[in-house]
Ligand binder design. Structure first.
Ligand SMILES: CC(C)(COP(=O)(O)OP(=O)(O)OC[C@H]1O[C@@H](n2cnc3c(N)ncnc32)[C@H](O)[C@@H]1OP(=O)(O)O)[C@@H](O)C(=O)NCCC(=O)NCCS
Length: 174
């Protein structure tokens, strides 16, 4: 699958993407607020294989996609949407060299468009750790509304974590 935005080509992952994904998935700065990582090369390989497996779902409900620059084809991050019934969850992760240029917002907005217009979803939400200011910035920028603070709702990397949750409804999307 392929989606085009002004600056990005968002597409399914391929086996050859492993090195480009590992460049950011192995970076402790990138994975600081994630439930996974920093990845070993074996973990990144296993992730890519799992994402390629997801492409065979029928009907497909999981879309974990590579974000590439239209200008030169470079893979700069990943974005995804996972549907469960008429609700979807969006996520994103980018190489630090490309932070602060609006790429995450551009890719996440494309996921909203895809989720509402192609998958027919009613509600799309996203969560981030409370200290992940950049991620909350993306959610606000794409028109999501703050819903609340989930307290210690998941356990990973040896401790309990809170999340901020944001969402957008079908009729709020333009
Ligand atoms: C979070 C992340 C995806 C943001 O990507 P990005 O491409 O820099 O985001 P954008 O440039 O689209 O920024 C969106 C908004 O958030 C703001 N923002 C982004 N990073 C910020 C930061 N570190 N501090 C404060 N504001 C920030 C931007 O200023 C922008 O708002 P503005 O247009 O009003 O100025 C990126 O930092 C990343 O990949 N982090 C590691 C992985 C991760 O944490 N993923 C999210 C898990 S919930």
């Amino acid at each position: 699958m392929k989606l085009l935005t002004e600056r990005l080509l968002i597409r399914d992952f391929e086996v050859n993407d492993c090195d480009s994904v590992h460049a950011y998935a192995s970076d402790p700065l990138v994975t600081e607020h994630m439930i996974w990582g920093p990845n070993t090369l074996a973990e990144t390989k296993e992730y890519i294989e799992r994402m390629i497996g997801m492409q065979r779902q029928s009907p497909r409900v999981g879309f974990e996609l590579a974000v590439t620059l239209r200008a030169n084809g470079k893979l700069i991050g990943g974005v995804g949407i996972h549907a469960s019934g008429l609700q979807g969850e969006v996520g994103y992760c980018f190489h630090p060299e490309y932070w602060g240029q609006g790429y995450a917002s551009e890719a996440a907005a494309a996921m909203l468009r895809f989720g509402f217009l192609e998958l027919g979803l009613h509600r799309i939400y996203a969560t981030c750790r409370p200290e992940n200011i950049g991620s909350a910035g993306v959610m606000k920028k794409i028109g999501m509304t703050y819903e609340g603070h989930l307290r210690e709702h998941m356990f990973h990397k040896g401790k309990w974590h809170d999340s901020l949750q944001y969402s957008i409804l079908e009729h709020e999307f333009d």
